[in-house]
Design a protein around this ligand. Structure first.
Ligand code: GLU
Length: 275
């Protein structure tokens, strides 16, 4: 049991395109609706819930009926512009079914790095949460590209979610993936592979497991998940990596059940178990 997870109040949930969409490019309405129900109910319970959601480009491709994802940055940005509003429309509809309002927050790295705008971002989050509105965050794909001088890109949404958790001082980050947790080898290829239930520190050995040849599994990639976890641990936070295919497990995580892989410092684990 991870009893003290019950006390987490401010929670960031990160969901990736592979959870929101079927491999054939259609939208997974069932999962999105369940996610909206679970997050709405947690909010009803008094939790402060923030959703970091990818899917702008995936949903945009679907809306524009594109069979393949275009390769140029302006094309991808245009698709994200279409997809982001469509994505918010879908979320707004499903959260609305459960009596909740959502608010869109699009971020770029420079905004977080610059203290005045960072403060404004925090104020917006706080005001939304105070009013029981669920902030839905994505990178501002219109602006964010790789630049050296002017850092606008977070890199990926795993990192974005860790940064959001840090900026708003969340108690817990729940990273929904297409895999049940962090494994010692690819469970899709090796039936003997075992999942870590707890990780206290990101070591080069773990990084090698995540990025080593033939062991990079999960569409989001385990390396970006580990990098996010490293950031969370550095800031004394907690992260649970779990499968997004059944969003109801978020209730079990919040209940302290041992689901997925928990990334937390030794102090936290010691406090939990008296070890
Ligand atoms: N912002 C991108 C999108 O919404 C996703 C980036 C990522 O998932 O890392 O499509």
């Amino acid at each position: 049991m991870r009893t003290s997870l019950k006390n987490c109040k401010r929670i960031v949930i990160k969901v990736g395109t592979s959870t929101l969409m079927y491999p054939n490019g259609n939208i997974n309405l069932r999962t999105i609706e369940k996610l909206a129900m679970v997050l709405s109910d947690l909010s009803n319970e008094g939790k402060e819930v923030v959703l970091v959601s990818s899917g702008a480009i995936g949903v945009g491709c679907h809306k524009l009926q594109l069979a393949t994802r275009p390769t140029t940055i302006p094309e991808q940005q245009a698709i994200a512009a279409v997809g982001q509003s469509e994505l918010m429309h879908i979320y707004s509809k499903f959260f609305g079914e459960y009596g909740h309002t959502v608010g869109q927050i699009l971020l770029t790295r420079d905004v977080i790095d610059y203290p005045v705008s960072r403060k404004n971002v925090i104020n917006t989050f706080n005001k939304l949460l105070e009013n029981e509105i669920v902030p839905i965050v994505n990178e501002n794909d219109t602006v964010a590209i790789e630049e050296i001088e002017h850092l606008t890109k977070f890199g990926d949404n795993d990192r974005l979610s860790a940064i959001v958790a840090e900026v708003i001082q969340a108690d817990l980050l729940i990273m929904l993936s297409d895999i049940d947790g962090f494994y010692d080898s690819n469970p899709n290829e090796n039936p003997e592979s075992t999942m870590f239930t707890e990780i206290n520190q990101i070591t080069p050995e773990l990084q090698a497991l995540a990025g080593g040849k033939g062991s990079e599994f999960g569409t989001g990639g385990m390396l970006t998940k580990l990098a996010a976890a490293e950031r969370v641990l550095k800031n004394g936070g907690k992260m649970v990596l779990t499968n997004g295919n059944n969003p109801s497990t978020i209730f079990d995580i919040m209940n302290g059940d041992s689901i997925g892989t928990l990334f937390a410092t030794k102090d936290f684990v010691k406090g939990e178990t008296g070890r």
